[in-house]
Design a protein around this ligand. Structure first.
Ligand code: SAM
Length: 212
């Protein structure tokens, strides 16, 4: 998602106290920033933040961090927080390529990837967020028994993501090729912005839950 560059977005994001500008400095100390000892879940490639904002509203006993690359997109998530703030949600504007520098070993309880960019050219495979290169990064900070949940409507990306598991030392706990018609996995499902858009066109939604 690359919204048109919104004038002033970069500055607005940088002046918002909910956006952590030097997240590496909090590595291993994220619970202090939230002022509690609650579990920590991270969405990488959050977009405008619909999913994470709703999750944080439903689960006040869990802390959430949304990571997004673009200021113009992140700004939309911040606007939701202006309307109705939540104390358990913070944001980082960064390229997730360096995500392992931000969280300490075992600091994160769960990771969400939702409708990650497909990067269809083979030479860009390493940029795909469910690629083995990224799984190795997540391995460094996801706690031992933690899980990663990935949803997409892109069959090619989903097949790729499944193939990446074994070489990276991960295994599927649950897999569905039609989330919205899978009674067990659909229970409590919070739709993301892209999920609403693509499922309304009739596209099936693929999802896995994985662990090491
Ligand atoms: N997760 C949202 C949803 O499901 O509605 C947004 C999906 S959108 C297709 C993908 C988002 O991930 C975009 O906003 C994009 O800027 C962000 N993104 C892609 N690669 C990223 C990276 N390496 N680091 C941080 N954000 C990234």
């Amino acid at each position: 998602m690359r919204l048109k560059n919104i004038k002033g977005a970069r500055e607005a994001v940088e002046h918002n106290p909910l956006v952590i500008l030097e997240p590496e400095g909090l590595k291993g100390r994220w619970r202090e920033s939230f002022g509690n000892n609650h579990p920590l879940y991270v969405e990488i490639g959050m977009g405008k933040g619909k999913f994470l904002y709703e999750m944080a509203g439903i689960n006040p006993g869990i802390n959430y961090i949304g990571i997004e690359k673009y200021s113009s997109v992140l700004l939309r998530a911040l606007q939701r927080m202006d309307e109705k703030p939540l104390s358990n949600l913070l944001f980082i504007r960064m390229d997730a390529e360096n995500v392992e520098k931000v969280f300490g070993e075992g600091e994160v309880d769960g990771i969400y990837l939702n409708f990650s960019d497909p990067w269809p050219k083979e030479r860009h495979a390493k940029r795909r967020l469910p690629s083995r290169e990224f799984l190795k990064r997540y391995d460094k900070f996801l706690k031992k028994e933690g899980v990663l949940e990935f949803k997409t409507d892109n069959k090619g990306l989903f097949d790729f993501a499944l193939e990446e598991l074994s070489p990276a030392g991960w295994e599927a706990v649950k897999v569905t090729f039609d989330l919205h018609n899978d009674k067990e996995m659909a229970e409590g499902n919070i739709m993301t912005e892209y999920e609403e858009k693509f499922s309304s066109k009739g596209n099936p939604i693929y999802k896995y839950i994985i662990r090491r």
